[in-house]
Design a protein around this ligand. Structure first.
Ligand SMILES: Nc1ncnc2c1ncn2[C@@H]1O[C@H](COP(=O)(O)OP(=O)(O)O)[C@@H](O)[C@H]1O
Ligand SMILES: [Mg+2]
Length: 235
């Protein structure tokens, strides 16, 4: 058996609130193979973003193990997490999270600077990526001068600078109209085919989820089977 890109074992997350611990994820066991496209679904508040943030090494589990590409990353320090993110993980958010005072090209170049890539090569890589997402002509524009779909294209280009094996996307089409959302999904799937990138995509939208190879449903912080979750969503 090849090593999966992601394996979690008994992953749990408890937030410490004023009234004691609030359990948000309970015993999540997941295996995701390299090259899979997985849609993560579930009602609002079911823990989708919390799980994605842990998988993206933006947060840490309270209990359980998270093994990324064969290495246990459950207990990394913040510095170690940052290093893993820089080299292994691309992240795309619903609200794009671009730097407002940086141009499209600068936004894409930034992670390459952090990774110590020399300026000339970073600029070249960023220009190639902007061209790949159809934005060659927008490199010197600031986010406020771009449409929502264009901003998400910039964010996707930025997420792919390190050629990460894993791309995590938290409702990437959630702020876009249906047609633009479909274009962004096509772009993500084309990039997945070209690069073999594994994608985990949080979405409420069953149409968007249909693009995935497989769907995982969360309810009250637990992974549930499809049918049970759909009954829950309808109720
Ligand atoms: N930093 C936090 N502190 C305390 N509770 C949180 C925090 N982040 C999320 N939660 C709670 O955890 C639950 C799951 O949130 P979230 O993962 O954002 O769900 P989803 O993305 O599925 O809507 C919610 O009840 C939310 O209020
Ligand atoms: Mg969320």
């Amino acid at each position: 058996m090849p090593t999966p890109v992601i394996e979690t074992l008994g992953l749990s997350k408890v937030y410490q609130g004023s009234v004691g611990g609030v359990p948000v994820l309970s015993h999540v066991d997941l295996t995701i193979e390299y090259g899979e496209v997985v849609a993560l679904r579930g009602p609002s508040g079911s823990g989708k973003s919390t799980l994605l943030n842990i998988l993206g090494c933006l947060d840490r589990p309270s209990r359980g193990r998270y093994v990324l590409g064969g290495s246990d990353v459950s207990g990394l320090t913040r510095e170690e997490q940052a290093w893993v993110r820089l080299h292994y993980i691309g992240f795309v958010f619903q609200s794009f999270h671009l730097l407002a005072h940086a141009t499209a090209l600068e936004n894409v170049t930034l992670p390459l600077h952090y990774a110590g890539v020399p300026r000339g090569r970073a600029d070249e890589t960023a220009r190639d990526l902007l061209a790949r997402v159809g934005l060659s002509h927008r490199g010197s524009h600031f986010p406020a001068q771009l449409s929502g779909g264009e901003r998400q294209r910039v964010a996707i280009a930025r997420a792919l600078t390190a050629r990460p094996p894993l791309l995590l996307a938290d409702e990437p089409t959630g702020a876009l109209d249906t047609k633009t959302g479909a274009e962004i999904m096509r772009l993500l799937l084309d990039l997945h085919k070209e690069r073999g990138t594994s994608i985990i995509l949080v979405t409420h939208d069953p149409v968007v989820a249909d693009y995935a190879d497989r769907q995982i449903f969360l309810r009250d912080g637990k992974v549930v089977d499809t049918e049970e979750a759909q009954v829950g969503a309808r109720a």
